[in-house]
Ligand binder design. Structure first.
Ligand SMILES: Nc1ncnc2c1ncn2[C@@H]1O[C@H](COP(=O)(O)OP(=O)(O)O)[C@@H](O)[C@H]1O
Ligand SMILES: [Mg+2]
Length: 521
C-alpha cells in the first residue's frame, strides 16, 4: 500500500467501485429493511389500509396485498432485493403471509442493529437467531391442531380480512370452502388453480356467486344460436371444425361446368361428414379451440347444437375438467364416450363495447373438477383487489385442507416470543441477548396489529406477555385490544414458512461483511 493513500497499489476494480465494510454494511442493510417495514406496516391485519400505486405505464391499482406492493416497487437496493425475493418465495409457497414475513425480517434486522452497535459479533447473533427459530418451531408443533370443517371457514375468512369489504367477508368464505371441498371430492386434491374467477363487470359485489362449471367470454355469432340448453352433453375439441384447406399454391384446374359442380358437391359432402360426426356423437354443445366453418355452424344451429369456436386451449381444458368430457384433437374422432355433461348452458349478449365479448355459461356440472367464482361489481380497480384477496384465501384454505392449523391474530407469535424468552433464560452469554432480540422481533406481529387497530402497541404487548402463562391463546382483536382469540386460523405452513424465510434472510444479511458496489453508491 502506498504511503498516505488508502487505495492499494494493485487496483483490481474500476475507480467507481465502492467498498463498504464493517458496521456500516449492516447499517445500510438495516436502513433498507426499515424502509420496507415502514411502508408495509400500515397495511397489516384486518384494519390495514391500502396503497394506491401508479405504474410507469399509467395504470393504477389500489391494494393491501404485501406481495402485490412488493412486486410493483422498482427496487434497486441489493439488500431490498433480497427481501423482495423472500416475499416472492413466501407468495409462491403459501399465497399468504407475505406482509408478516417482511415485518418479521425487518424486525429481526432492526433488533440486530442495536446489538451490533453494542459490539455483539454478527455470528453470535446468527447463532442466537438460529436457536430461537428451533424453539419457535417447537412451539408451533405444540400449538398446531387438526383441521376441522369449521376451521376451514375461519382460515378463508382470516386470509380475506382487510382485503375485501366487511359485507363481502360474509359471502366469499362459504363459496371458497364449498368450491375447494367439491373439488377435493371430485379430484382427490384441491388447489387454488382449480377455482377460476370471472369478473362480470356489472352489478355489485353482492351479486357474486359460485358456479358449478365455467364461464366463457366470446362473441355470440348469430342471434339464432341455440340458447338455454338443459341437460347438455358437451364436446371439447382442440382443433378446427372445417375441411382441410388446399395447400397453398395448389391450383385447381376447372375446365368444365360439371367439374365445378362436382368440386362443390365434394366439399359439401365433406362438411356434411363433419357435421354428422358431431351430430351422431349426441353433443348439444361443442366447444373448440379452432375455427368453425360457416356452413357447418349453420347445420349445427339448425339441429339445435350450440358451437363456440376460437377458445383458448386453457378454456377448453377448464371446460373439459368442469364437464368431465375428454378433449378430442380431430373432429371426425368424436364419439359419445368423449362427451361430458352440464345441467344448463346459456348465453347472454352484452352491451357493445370495444371488448367484444358476450358471456357463455356452462353450469350445473354434476361433478366438476373446476369451478368458477363469478365476481360482481363494476369498478375494475376494486374488483382486482377482491380477486387478490380471494386468491390468498383460496391458497390458504387449500393448504388447510391437507395440514394442521394455528391460531392467528398475533397469538401464535406472542406464544413463540414467550417460548424463546423462556429458553433464553437458560442460556448464558451473549447468545441470550440475541434470543431476547428474536423474541422482541416476534412481538412485532401483535404490536403492529394493535397499532393498526387503534390500540397502544406497547401496552398490548405487555398485556400479552402477562397472559402468556394462561393456556388459552391471547392475541389482538381487530379493534386493537388484547383478546382471547377465537376464529382466526392459519394453515401451519403459512406461519412456519414465513418465520423460516424471515429468519434465513435476516441471518443471510447479517453474514455479509462487505458490500462491493460497482455502480458506486
Ligand atoms: N379478525 C382478525 N382479528 C385479528 N387479527 C386478524 C384477523 N384476521 C386476520 N388477522 C391477522 O392479520 C394478519 C394478516 O394480515 P395481512 O394483512 O393479511 O398480512 P399477510 O400478508 O401477512 O397475510 C395475521 O397475523 C392474522 O392473524
Ligand atoms: Mg393475509
Amino acid at each position: 500500500m502506498s504511503e498516505g493513500s488508502d487505495r492499494p497499489e494493485v487496483v483490481i476494480t474500476p475507480e467507481s467501485t465502492e467498498v463498504t465494510s464493517g458496521n456500516e454494511v449492516q447499517e445500510k442493510l438495516i436502513v433498507a429493511a426499515r424502509v420496507f417495514s415502514d411502508l408495509l406496516k400500515p397495511t397489516f391485519g384486518p384494519r390495514g389500509l391500502d396503497k394506491m400505486m401508479f405504474k410507469t405505464d399509467g395504470t393504477t391499482s389500489v391494494t393491501n396485498d404485501g406481495a402485490k406492493i412488493v412486486a410493483e416497487l422498482l427496487v434497486k437496493h441489493p439488500a431490498a432485493k433480497m427481501m423482495v425475493s423472500m416475499a416472492e418465495s413466501q407468495e409462491e409457497a403459501c399465497g399468504d403471509g407475505v406482509t408478516t414475513t417482511m415485518l418479521l425480517c425487518g424486525a429481526l434486522l432492526i433488533e440486530a442493529n442495536g446489538l451490533l452497535r453494542k459490539g455483539l459479533h454478527p455470528l453470535t447473533l446468527v447463532d442466537g437467531y438460529s436457536t430461537s427459530f428451533e424453539v419457535s418451531k417447537e412451539q408451533i408443533l405444540r400449538d398446531s391442531i387438526e383441521t376441522e370443517q369449521a376451521h376451514l371457514l375461519s382460515v378463508s375468512e382470516t386470509a380475506l380480512s382487510g382485503k375485501v369489504a366487511e359485507g363481502a367477508i360474509r359471502i366469499f368464505p362459504n363459496m371458497i370452502v364449498e368450491a375447494l371441498s367439491t373439488i377435493h371430492e371430485n379430484r382427490g386434491e384441491a388447489r387454488a388453480e382449480h377455482v377460476s374467477m370471472f369478473k362480470t363487470g356489472t352489478g355489485s359485489i353482492r351479486d357474486s356467486r359460485l358456479v358449478q362449471g365455467v364461464i366463457l367470454k366470446k362473441r355470440v355469432m348469430m342471434n339464432d344460436f341455440p340458447n338455454h340448453i338443459e341437460g347438455a352433453r358437451v364436446a371439447c375439441l382442440d382443433g378446427d371444425v372445417k375441411i382441410k384447406e388446399l395447400t397453398r399454391g395448389t391450383e385447381l384446374k376447372i375446365t368444365k361446368a360439371e367439374d365445378l359442380d362436382s368440386f362443390v358437391e365434394v366439399e359439401k359432402s365433406r362438411k356434411n361428414t363433419i357435421f354428422q360426426s358431431i351430430f351422431n356423437s349426441g353433443a348439444k354443445v361443442l366447444l373448440c379451440s379452432g375455427d368453425i366453418d360457416k356452413d357447418i355452424i349453420h347445420m349445427l344451429t339448425d339441429s339445435g347444437i350450440l358451437a363456440i369456436g376460437n377458445l383458448d386451449t386453457s378454456e377448453i381444458r377448464n371446460a373439459s375438467e368442469a364437464t368431465g368430457s375428454r378433449v378430442v384433437d380431430t373432429v371426425l374422432d368424436l364419439e359419445e364416450g368423449d362427451l361430458g355433461f352440464a345441467g344448463r348452458v346459456f348465453w347472454e349478449r352484452m352491451q357493445d363495447t370495444d371488448e367484444v365479448e358476450d358471456i357463455f355459461r356452462i353450469e350445473e356440472c354434476p361433478s366438476p373438477g373446476i369451478l368458477t367464482i363469478e365476481i360482481g361489481g363494476a369498478g375494475q380497480t376494486a374488483t382486482e383487489e377482491v380477486i387478490r384477496g380471494l386468491y390468498d384465501s383460496l391458497r390458504a384454505t387449500s393448504l388447510a385442507l391437507n395440514e394442521q392449523v394455528l391460531i392467528g391474530a398475533g397469538a401464535i407469535h406472542s406464544r413463540m416470543a414467550n417460548a424463546v424468552r423462556n429458553a433464553a433464560e437458560t442460556k448464558g452469554g451473549k447468545e441470550r441477548l440475541a434470543m431476547e432480540a428474536f423474541s422482541r422481533a416476534l412481538e412485532t406481529i401483535p404490536s403492529t396489529l394493535a397499532e393498526n387497530g387503534g390500540g397502544d402497541p406497547l401496552d398490548r404487548v405487555l398485556e400479552l406477555r402477562a397472559k402468556s402463562t394462561s393456556d388459552s391463546p391471547w392475541g389482538i382483536s381487530s379493534n386493537g385490544d388484547a383478546w382471547e382469540v377465537q376464529g382466526v386460523w392459519h394453515p401451519r405452513s403459512v406461519i412456519i414458512n414465513s418465520l423460516e424465510s424471515a429468519t434465513e434472510t435476516a441471518m443471510g444479511m447479517l453474514r455479509i461483511d462487505q458490500v462491493i458496489s460497482s455502480r458506486g453508491n
